[in-house]
Design a protein around this ligand. Structure first.
Ligand code: SF4
Length: 371
């Protein structure tokens, strides 16, 4: 397939791996964080890290949108889903994220009308088809998915739909990265920048990382050669004493982002003063809410929600996984009490979650044998 097969070529992969071996300094340990859950998934699906020298370590970041939703927000969603007459629409992996009293799937089993959708427009279609019911869309995701929610709300307003609203959980990528860089727990040498988010925001917003924290960033695509190439570009920067933002994913990511998508987001959303992230706590100005002009479509203004902060289960170490402090298999319940079928934490739910990637591609068994 054009633009896919070329980026999965094993010979080329081995050639880039040889170049990586040439640029690393033998006595130095390199820690590179891939911010995006899509990268984590590709790395383990294709065994990218098996091609790296032992002193190049990949650390997984907080870029899986389902993983960062805290339990309290799930509880708020369930409270809305259980209101009489409500149809609650959300993405499939969100259905299995645990709140303090089960998941949205459990709420559905108890009688709530919870439906899986593939896009906000699917939820809008349900609202048009069921004018006597209230349809609430549970919006999640980074800047990657926020524009489609914004455009859906603009369309709902243009059509004068009164039975459609949105519970907005969209988050932004820069504040958690800044929080990670401020953390004393973590020493990182560079970042593989998030390819999906960057299609919307561009590569420019990451310039603060080299400017303020002295770490290189290379925005990368999702095929194995993209990721290997990005790692090589980071290591070359370190070798040459450079520190800047580079864009490996030029076939998709414009350096300044997508102006139409950014305009749609700016029209519909504004920053929340603060927002809770699972395992990371409250981070200021890290999430979006609907502007007053869209208040009629804001489910949090239409419905009373508990809005209570709920502590993660004691056994759950998702916070440490999301910060890259531990590897998934180091969590005490990984692969035993916590599996994709019975997840305790969010990182095991979404395919983009680091724990799910390790579990799915058998990494947990190998790591335990090696440790
Ligand atoms: S194994 Fe489960 S509880 Fe542990 S960090 Fe992963 S998702 Fe969280």
């Amino acid at each position: 397939m054009k633009f896919v097969d070329e980026f999965r070529d094993g010979e080329l992969g081995r050639a880039v791996a040889a170049q990586i071996l040439d640029v690393v300094e033998p006595g130095r340990h390199y820690k590179v964080m891939e911010v995006c859950g899509g990268h984590t998934h590709s790395i383990y699906r294709y065994g990218v890290d098996d091609l790296l020298p032992e002193n190049v370590e990949l650390v997984h970041g907080p870029g899986c949108p389902v993983c960062v939703i805290p339990m309290g927000r799930v509880d708020d969603g369930i409270a809305i889903a259980q209101q009489p007459g409500v149809i609650f629409a959300c993405f499939g992996d969100m259905l299995r994220v645990p709140g303090s009293d089960g998941t949205l799937l459990d709420a559905k089993a108890r009688g709530a009308d919870v439906r899986m959708v593939y896009s906000p427009l699917d939820a809008l279609r349900i609202a048009r088809a069921e004018p006597d019911r209230q349809v609430v869309f549970f919006a999640i995701g980074f800047e990657t998915t926020a524009p489609s929610t914004a455009l859906t709300l603009m369309r709902a307003r243009a059509e004068g739909l009164e039975n459609f609203s949105c519970m907005c959980n969209h988050v932004t990528i820069v504040p958690p990265l800044r929080a990670l860089l401020e953390s004393p727990d973590l020493r990182l040498d560079g970042f593989i920048g998030p390819g999906h988010v960057s299609t919307v925001v561009g590569a420019r917003p990451f310039e603060f990382i080299p400017a303020d924290y002295g770490r290189p960033v290379v925005v990368a695509g999702f095929e194995p050669l993209d990721i290997l190439h990005a790692i090589l570009m980071i290591l070359v920067q370190l070798r040459e004493g450079r520190c800047e933002v580079e864009n490996q994913y030029t076939r998709v990511v414009p350096y300044d982002g997508n102006p139409a998508a950014l305009r749609a987001m700016a029209e519909v959303f504004e920053l929340r003063p603060h927002f809770e992230w699972r395992g990371l706590g409250f981070i200021s100005q890290s999430a979006l809410r609907l502007r007053d002009a869209f208040a009629d479509f804001d489910a949090e203004r239409r419905y009373a929600v508990p809005g209570v902060r709920v502590a993660d289960p004691k056994a759950c170490q998702c916070g440490e996984v999301l910060k890259g402090v531990i590897k998934p298999w180091e969590c005490k319940v990984f692969g035993t009490a916590c599996t994709p079928e019975h997840a305790i934490g969010t990182c095991m739910v979404s395919p983009e979650g680091a724990c799910a990637a390790y579990y799915q591609y058998g990494r947990f068994a190998r790591e335990r044998v090696l440790s």
